[in-house]
Write a protein that binds this ligand. Structure first.
Ligand SMILES: *Cc1c(COP(=O)(O)O)cnc(C)c1O
Length: 471
């Protein structure tokens, strides 16, 4: 080792020395002794390794900055200006105030989760939402699990373990990342009996596959894509009759599943759970945090005898939901008893049905604030854009929306510069997430509600690099 480096190493302050430093004594009050000591050690070790040495003041400053960074929650709120209302990577539905309040009460208190207050006996947690779910869907019985993937897993495992689950090749979906219908089936112990072709499946295909090994017929709502053109699928009503005739259950995985007709919000019709039940499915599965607008959950509604079987499966215990989410689910479901006010009370519908006039008002305030911060090297203007529902729901429905488009004024809007601008927005205290589209960074205003907070959040924004140095 070089002499100079060795000498500098000797001069590095000791941990004890740094801990006596006034700024770090204060830091101990804020972050606790353990965290401060650990961070001092880390910063010293890095200095030793890199050979970059600082004054003791600098060391203390670095330690505090590191502690502040580490104290920031990893799960941070963001402004979702992607235009995707139910963005899976951004946490899907924003839940209703009523659900937030109910969840907080459940967190703060002991609650009658599995306790029959009338009889003073042990109760069942499904009781909390069973009646509401039955009322809203017309089903006989209902249960709740962790998410819809869990719902499908539980149903397949209970009704078709070691047996065949018949499903059309046109419905073997993959949902974002890891959920693939054939894989869930095999993990559930069911044997996939795929029938028909990608674009056409006929009744005779189902008939040909039905036999003594059949555990169930599965219909999957192809929620996140459409097959168009020369297509044929067997309607759920027809499948229900076939299933009854062969004495096997028909399961309909609706995916998003809505409890109300979306056309009342000016959105295309998506099959409702009540429709799927009325069409004769024995069980219907759907998500809590997609179009339903609640917390993550998976619902299974349908025939009582089958729900009882699901509840007896030991897997149910492993997939159950906790009191916090149950409280939020119950409060969310209650909002559906007053469908006329859903667009007021449920953020998901409020955002999906947001009037263009409101987005115009938002743009009038946001545009000058953004332009002032980005400087003249960036051109900021309003531009029509399209939002989407997200979470695979209504994949081909575009919702007319209003966005703010950001492009460099002097350079061509190339990917590198747009990435720099979008990184600068993501780097704000509350990260702003937009999308790059047609040579511009677009901030879709549909989901921007708290405009004051958005503008205050821009305080630290500096104009991002805006040229390729060719000007
Ligand atoms: C989204 C979806 C699932 C998975 O639901 P999660 O709640 O995300 O677990 C399953 N099936 C279909 C058809 C879906 O659209």
């Amino acid at each position: 080792m070089e002499k100079a480096v060795a000498a500098a190493l000797r001069k590095l302050p000791s941990v004890d020395e740094l801990m006596r430093y006034a700024t770090l004594v204060q830091a101990k009050e804020r972050f606790g002794r353990t965290a401060v000591v650990a961070t001092v050690r880390k910063v010293l070790a890095e200095a030793r390794k890199s050979g970059n040495f600082f004054s003791n003041d600098d060391f203390a400053g670095r330690v505090v900055a590191r502690l502040e960074g580490d104290a920031r929650p990893n799960l941070r709120p963001v402004f979702n200006l992607t235009g995707t209302v139910l963005h899976t990577n951004l946490g899907r539905a924003i839940v209703a105030e009523a659900a937030i309040e109910a969840a907080m009460v459940a967190m703060r208190n002991a609650v009658a989760l599995e306790f029959d207050l009338g009889g003073g006996r042990r109760g069942e947690r499904d009781e909390l939402v069973r009646d509401l779910l039955c009322e809203l869907t017309g089903a006989e019985d209902a249960t709740v699990v962790n998410n819809n993937a869990a719902a499908v897993l539980l149903v397949l495992n209970t009704l078709s373990r070691g047996r065949e689950a018949i499903v059309s090749r046109g419905e073997l979906i993959e949902i974002g990342g890891a959920f693939r219908m054939p894989e869930i089936m095999s993990r559930a112990g069911a044997k996939l009996a795929e029938i028909g072709t990608t674009n056409r499946t006929h009744k005779k295909d189902y008939v040909g596959a039905l036999g003594p090994k059949t555990g169930l017929i599965l219909k999957v709502h192809t929620s996140n894509y459409r097959i168009q053109g020369f297509t044929k699928e067997v309607h759920a009503r027809e499948l229900a009759a076939l299933a009854r005739e062969h004495k096997v259950p028909l399961v309909n995985d609706l995916g998003s599943g809505t409890l109300v007709d979306l056309s009342r919000f000016g959105i295309a019709h998506e099959p409702t759970v009540a429709e799927a039940v009325a069409e004769g499915a024995d069980l219907v599965t759907f998500s809590g945090d997609k179009l339903l607008g609640g917390p993550q959950a998976g619902f299974i509604v349908g025939r009582r005898a089958l729900i009882e079987k699901l509840n007896k499966n030991p897997m149910k215990r492993a997939l159950r939901v906790d009191k916090i989410r149950l409280a939020a689910i119950e409060a969310t479901l209650r909002l559906y008893r007053d469908p006329d006010r859903l667009a007021q009370n449920l953020p998901t519908y409020r955002l999906l049905a947001r009037p263009s006039k409101e987005m115009l008002d938002v743009s009038r305030r946001v545009l000058p604030a953004l332009q002032a911060k980005l400087g003249e090297a960036w051109e900021v203007k309003t531009a029509p854009c399209t939002s989407q529902v997200g979470s695979g729901a209504l994949p081909v429905e575009a919702l007319a929306s209003l966005g703010i488009s950001i492009v460099p004024t002097r350079a061509r809007a190339n990917g590198r510069l747009l990435n720099i601008a979008s990184a600068a927005l993501r780097d704000l205290p509350v990260p702003v997430i937009g999308r790059i589209e047609n040579g511009a960074l677009v901030l879709d205003l549909r989901c921007l509600v708290d405009v004051d907070a958005f503008i205050a959040n821009l305080a630290t924004l500096a104009p991002p690099e805006s040229s390729d140095g060719l000007a």
